[in-house]
Structure formats: C-alpha cells, structure tokens
Design a protein around this ligand. Sequence first.
Ligand code: PMT
Length: 401
Amino acid sequence: MSHHKNKRVLVGVTGGIAAYKSPELVRRLKDRGCDVRVVMSRAAEAFITPLTMQAVSGHPVYQHLLDAEAESGMGHIELARWAELVVIAPATANFIAKLAHGQADDLLSTLALATEAEVAVAPAMNQQMWQHPGTATNLEQLVQRGIRVIGPGSGDQACGEVGPGRMTEPEEIAAILAGDAIEPLLSDCRVLITAGPTWEAIDPVRGVTNHSSGKMGYALAQAASDYSARVTLVSGPVHLDTPEGVSRIDVISAADMLEVVMREVGKSDIFIAVAAVADYRPADVAKHKIKKSDDQDGMVIEMVKNPDILATVAALEKPPFTVGFAAETQNTIENAREKLKKKRVNVVAANNVGGDDSAFGSDSNAVTLVHSEGEVNIPPNDKYAVAIRMLQEINTLYRYQ
Ligand code: PMT
C-alpha cells in the first residue's frame, strides 16, 4: 500500500450517521498535506450539508452525475483521473454492495469504477448489517480486488445496539492511509498463540526438546497486538521478552501447553499454533538424576506419543479459526495440504526448516499459507514482517472465507 501524504485525495461520503465524522477526516488529510475534493451521495446530504464539506475542503462539493455545471468544470472522468487516492468514509452496506458488483448509478459509484487510483473504504453500518453474509461476500470481493477496508470498530452504535460497525475514527483513518499508524485490523478479535519448544523431562536435569527459539510465535503475538487484538501467548521455555500488550503464560511440556490452551481456547476467535511441540515424551520421568553406569554402554528411553494440541483444538465442537504451522524439510506444500485435511484446520503455514535457511532459531522466515481455496506465498523477510503479512491474510480468510 502507498503512503498517502501530500496526495490528491477524493473523499466520498455516503448516507450514514457516521457522515458527521467526514469533515474531520478531510481536515486530518489536509493536515497531512493532501489536496482534498469531496463527492457526496444523495443520501449523505440527509446527514451533512455540502456547504460544510465545501468549507473544510476549500472546494465545491461534487454531488450529481448529470450536473452540466459541474461537468463543465472538472468532469467526472477527469475527477477520477485527478485522484491519487479515493477514500469512501463512511461507506454504507449499500455502497459496498454497489462497489462489489460494479454498479455505477451515481457520481461516487461511477468515479470508483472510472479511477485507477487506490480505493479505500471505511465501512459504517448497523452491527447486524455488518455481520450479514451478503455484506461479508461483498467485502470479500472488494478485498480480492485490492480495495482497502479500514475498520469498522466495535462498540455502541447510533441505533442503540452494540457490536461491530462503527466507522474508524477520522484521525486513525488518515494516519493509516499516511502510513503513520498500523490499522486496528483485529480490534474485535481475541487471538491465542502457542510458541517456542516444549521440554519433555527425562529426569530432573535432562529433557527432550528442539531448536525453536520462539521468535516466529512472539513476532505473531507482537503483530496481532499491534493490530489491536487481545493476545494470549502460551510459551514454551525461551529467552525472549514478552511482546508489548500481550498476556503470556509460560509452560514447559506439551501436556502443560495442552492444559493451558484448552483453558484459554473458549475465549479465542483465532488460534495460531506456532509451537514446535514434541511429538513424543519419555514414558517415565526419573525422580532423581539418572546416573552414568560403568557397565552400561547404551541407554534406551521409552517414548510415548504426546497429544496433538492443534488437532485437539480443531476437533472442538465450536473451534476458533485455526491456523497451524508445518515445519517441513521436503515436499513442503504437499505435506502442508495433507496436514490441512488431516487436522481439519482453516490454514496451514508451510515453512521449510531444512538446510541453511531453516526457520528454526533464525530472525527471518518465508511461508506459504495453504487453505482450502488456494495458496498465498509470503516471501522471505524478518519474522515480524512475515507475521504482519500473515495476519493480513488470516484476517481476510477469517472474516470472508
Ligand atoms: O521458534 P522459531 O525459532 O522462530 O522457529 C519457528 C518454527 C520453525 C518453530 C515455526 O515457524 C514452525 O514451523 N512451527 C511448527 C513446528 C512444528 O512442530 O511443526 P509440525 O509440522 O511438527 O507440527 C504441525 C502443527 O501442529 C504445528 O502448528 C504445531 O504447533 C502443531 N502441533 C504439533 C504437535 C503437537 N503435539 N501438537 C501441536 O499442536
């Protein structure tokens, strides 16, 4: 996404109560050096006057498609070409539906089709309308076409109901568009993440573990928190600081991790299993340190299978949106697709852990998100950047799949 400072911005206002926030958005964009023109739908005029928008933007407001006077100035196609960014705030359910279906029956919807500029929408509507499958399908179309959806937030609504559908605050929209702030993409989500290795004790001083540093899981926890999610991180033994804003629960073994996850999972909307959980543990844990014996050259430790935490969560009657990782050394995508089916999860993030560029312990990673509809490649980058991209995709799949 481009960062919109000092740009030519077309602000579209459609007919919802949140239109009272649109003048403030124009101001905030102008604070960032943008030249702003305003287009209002007919319904928007029921909520705010064109004169107000003219006063804050410093330019006449464009209202009607077949307005000979306006067309003699900057015609609608010219306006569409002039814009470097089109932001529709508030965007009603009706306008989102029109945009999704390519309908062009008024000035704003025509401009949205005629422009080559980046288009962003800030939805605002009643919470039932926001959660209606029709709206979800329309939004999915917009996201797939590269239209940026900002918000909505959750809370008290003008209609007296409480829930998702409040337009994101103007300062936040302007800051997101300018690249000054990270979008509160997951503000209505509780995200549960496992990270790090597990330690399966053999005796009080020895155990079976692996090279997971926890960096990938911690990066996802940080990124989810930066996206305004409420994040709980269930962490195996690692040497990392707790990411800001994240609530962390430390565990040692797979059994401990399972217990905590099952306690927390009912409160979660999204579960991401990043931990490298030991598949097997010693059948018995010696009470005291096992002594080296002079007459014994070898030692056999009997191992038993650990519970599969990811599969247990996915098999719940009402599982959260579930994302697993697949650490593979060969046939990465095929094996990830196999895991997707076998563990019945929504997404598997496949990463190669063989060779020199293994994700284990390193600061960077590259993953392919495998889901029932296809695959998304996230190229090599530092783990935080990969986590940010992963959460953008997970958010889209969670909301619109
Ligand atoms: O911690 P880092 O150093 O940053 O490294 C990151 C990572 C390589 C550990 C991470 O990116 C990763 O790939 N994690 C998954 C490691 C793994 O155990 O993969 P797996 O293919 O064995 O397991 C598949 C999935 O099932 C994983 O989501 C795992 O968390 C889950 N699982 C596995 C076994 C088990 N008993 N319970 C589980 O929940």
